[in-house]
Structures are given as structure tokens and as C-alpha cells.
Design a protein around this ligand. Structure first.
Ligand code: ASC
Length: 150
């Protein structure tokens, strides 16, 4: 029964390899992630514009934004950058200057949490300030790491 372990190892390795996404799949899932994030941002900003500060709807939007800010760390696997046959707005600097991209991601994640706290506190004025800073974190990353805002 000695070969049992190497065979199992080979099967597990094969299964794991088949889970590795092709670049187009990575692009598709991050675009879907950013769409959901954009929808949550819209819900948040529209709610606040209508005078809402801490409703369950706003709490859900903030929760979605925090969830996206955590998930985004998995949205840019190696090999999912610009290349022939792949349409992506992600710039090569994401991988070429990984520490700077990580800093931008961290800034966004930290500010998403600040927004969630402000929603929990229900203070409209403080919340507006945190949302403005959150938009700044989105923009900073777009300016440096995204080809265009289409
Ligand atoms: C938003 C949103 C973005 C950012 C960006 C900031 O509300 O959907 O992509 O803010 O516009 O410049």
C-alpha cells in the first residue's frame, strides 16, 4: 500500500491546479466584485443624501463595502494583469509595485471600517466626512493603478 500516499498527493495537486483561474476568470470576478462595491457605495451615498445616517439599509451597505475591502486582497492574483487577449483596466503597476498597491488597498480597507463605525454611530455629519475620505481612497487607487474610469 506504499503508493497510496503519493497517488493521493498527486490527485490533490491536480485538483488544486484545476482550481487556478485563467486570467479572464480573475478579471471577471474582480469586475463583479467592484460592481457590487459600486452598488453599495451608491446605496450609502444616496441614503446619506436623503438624510439617512444609521438605518439598517445603510448598515447593510457599509457591511458590503467592508466585505469588498477585505475580498479585494484576493482580486489581483499573479498573472491576471494586462496581457494580449485580456481586457482589463488594471495597470501592470499593481504587480510591479506591489507594496504601493498593498498600501492603497490597506487605506481603502481602513477607511471602509471607519465608514462602518460612523454608520453604527448614526452621526450624519461625521459620516459625511468619512464617506468623503472613502471616496478619496477609491480615487487614489484609481489614479495610480487603473487605466481609466469607464
Ligand atoms: C465612488 C465610487 C467610486 C469612487 C470614485 C472616487 O463613490 O463608486 O469609484 O467613489 O468615484 O473618485
Amino acid at each position: 500500500m506504499r503508493p497510496a500516499i503519493p497517488i493521493m498527493t498527486a490527485l490533490i495537486c491536480a485538483a488544486t491546479a484545476s482550481l487556478a483561474a485563467v486570467p479572464a476568470d480573475s478579471v471577471r470576478s474582480r469586475v463583479a466584485g467592484y460592481r457590487a462595491l459600486g452598488a453599495a457605495m451608491k446605496g450609502l451615498t444616496e441614503g446619506v443624501r436623503q438624510g439617512d445616517a444609521g438605518s439598517p439599509r445603510l448598515q447593510a451597505a457599509a457591511r458590503d463595502i467592508v466585505a469588498a475591502s477585505k475580498a479585494q486582497y484576493r482580486w489581483f492574483p499573479q498573472g491576471s494583469g494586462p496581457q494580449p487577449g485580456v481586457k482589463t483596466a488594471a495597470r501592470a503597476e499593481i504587480w510591479g509595485n506591489a507594496p504601493a498597491f498593498r498600501t492603497a488597498q490597506d487605506n481603502f480597507a481602513r477607511q471602509a471600517t471607519a465608514v462602518e463605525r460612523a454608520v453604527a454611530a448614526g452621526d450624519a455629519s461625521a459620516l459625511r466626512g468619512e464617506i468623503r475620505k472613502l471616496g478619496g481612497a477609491c480615487k487614489a487607487c484609481h489614479d495610480q493603478f487603473r487605466t481609466s474610469d469607464d
